[in-house]
Ligand binder design. Structure first.
Ligand SMILES: CNc1nc2cc3c(cc2[nH]1)N=C(N)NC3
Ligand SMILES: [Zn+2]
Length: 362
């Protein structure tokens, strides 16, 4: 009957939650989407423009910033907030994932990862201690533990030894963390797609009492189905009263599915990178603005969107800018996509607060 069906719907959403994380640099409304600002800038955006999209927090990368301009230099210049003129919360990834995906020639030892810079080949070492110190020098609001991001696919044995290394590194990261009011450090659980390894990883990290927990090792090519299979149980292994962060995710449908499974925080390069490549997220679906059907389309991407691209320009103009590779094209497309992702998060937060279903695929 009516009552049972509603109960069914709510049952599907019972893990979704909305909340506020209070930090030294301001509040984070969750579920939250973090625009990626890898090298101390959200590409093609002024920080004040990022702020107008509704973002409460952005992400930076230890790996890139330690190579250029260097963490000590950023510290001497007043820290990353001052350097990039962003006064709200900053989360920095710890570098392990980026070393494996970007650097040339690297060696993983118990101590840490030795690698050559992808810029000039010079030699560096990242360890739980050095990564944690770099993030302190940058002035991160939320510091990520130094983990080993287990590649996908991995055998059970590979995933087990990788997860155990991540647990030992998490302990050293936690010991190296200089805890201050309003700042926090998140542990990152690994274990690939093996539920017993995910459980062991969670138990090891819960002992270290982090301020929040990330689920690592997903969005690494496993596909949405397998990712959701892990997310059907992994968030529940983590403390219910602490933030849960799904690293590197994702498309709107991925975000919606992950929120329904109890995830609070997201980061992804999709809105910025695809914006620069001419893809606009709209309620009508993804618009590839380079398509010739837009060259005389005098309508905005979305008539009710408040971003500058939609308020002041047409698809024809955006089509032209992107085709001729004008910088303004990257700026307007990025701005629109970031606005779209923040509007999605706002609607999700509102629906959760009202106890309503939010299965809309934006
Ligand atoms: C884009 N996908 C993605 N999966 C990730 C997984 C991790 C990460 C970054 C990611 N990005 N950073 C870590 N420190 N560990 C796990
Ligand atoms: Zn717009």
């Amino acid at each position: 009957d009516e009552r049972k069906i509603i109960a069914k719907a709510h049952d599907k959403y019972k893990k979704a939650r909305a909340g506020i994380i209070n930090t030294r640099h301001g509040q984070i409304h969750t579920p939250a989407f973090m625009p990626v600002g890898t090298k101390g800038t959200v590409k093609a955006m002024l920080p004040e423009s990022v702020q107008t999209t509704g973002a409460d927090i952005i992400l930076g990368n230890t790996y890139h910033l330690m190579l250029q301009p260097g963490a000590k230099r950023v510290f001497k210049l007043g820290g990353l907030h001052k350097f990039m003129n962003w006064s709200k919360p900053l989360l920095t990834d710890s570098g392990g994932f980026q070393v494996m995906s970007l650097s040339k020639l690297r060696k993983i030892t118990e101590e840490g990862v030795i690698f050559n810079s992808h810029i000039d080949g010079s030699k560096f070492m990242l360890s739980p201690e050095s990564s944690t110190e770099i993030q302190y020098l940058l002035g991160s609001t939320i510091t990520m533990a130094f983990d080993e991001c287990t590649p996908y696919p991995s055998t059970y044995e590979q995933a087990k030894s990788s997860m155990e290394l991540t647990s030992r590194w998490a302990k050293r990261s936690r010991k190296a963390f200089y805890s201050r009011d309003g700042y926090g450090q998140f542990g990152i659980i690994q274990g690939s797609i093996y539920n017993d390894l995910r459980l062991k990883s969670a138990l090891d990290l819960i002992e270290l009492d982090f301020e929040g927990y990330a689920i690592g090792g997903l969005a690494v090519g496993e596909g949405q189905e397998l990712m959701f299979k892990v997310l059907d149980y992994a968030p529940d292994l983590l403390p219910i009263n602490k933030p849960r962060y799904l690293m590197g995710v994702g498309k709107p449908a991925d975000i919606i599915g992950a929120v329904q499974r109890g995830i609070d925080m997201f980061d992804c390069v999709i809105p910025t990178r695809s914006g620069r490549n001419g893809q606009a997220f709209t309620k009508y679906g993804v618009v590839n603005i380079r398509n010739s059907k837009y060259k005389e389309d005098n309508t905005p991407l979305e008539e009710d969107c408040l971003c500058p691209a939609c308020k002041n320009y047409t698809k024809a103009y955006l089509h032209y800018l992107v085709k001729v590779k004008e910088i303004l094209g990257a700026m307007l497309m990025t701005w629109h996509n970031l606005m779209y992702f923040q509007k999605l998060m706002l609607r999700i937060r509102e629906y959760i607060a009202q106890g309503k279903d939010f299965d809309f695929i934006s």
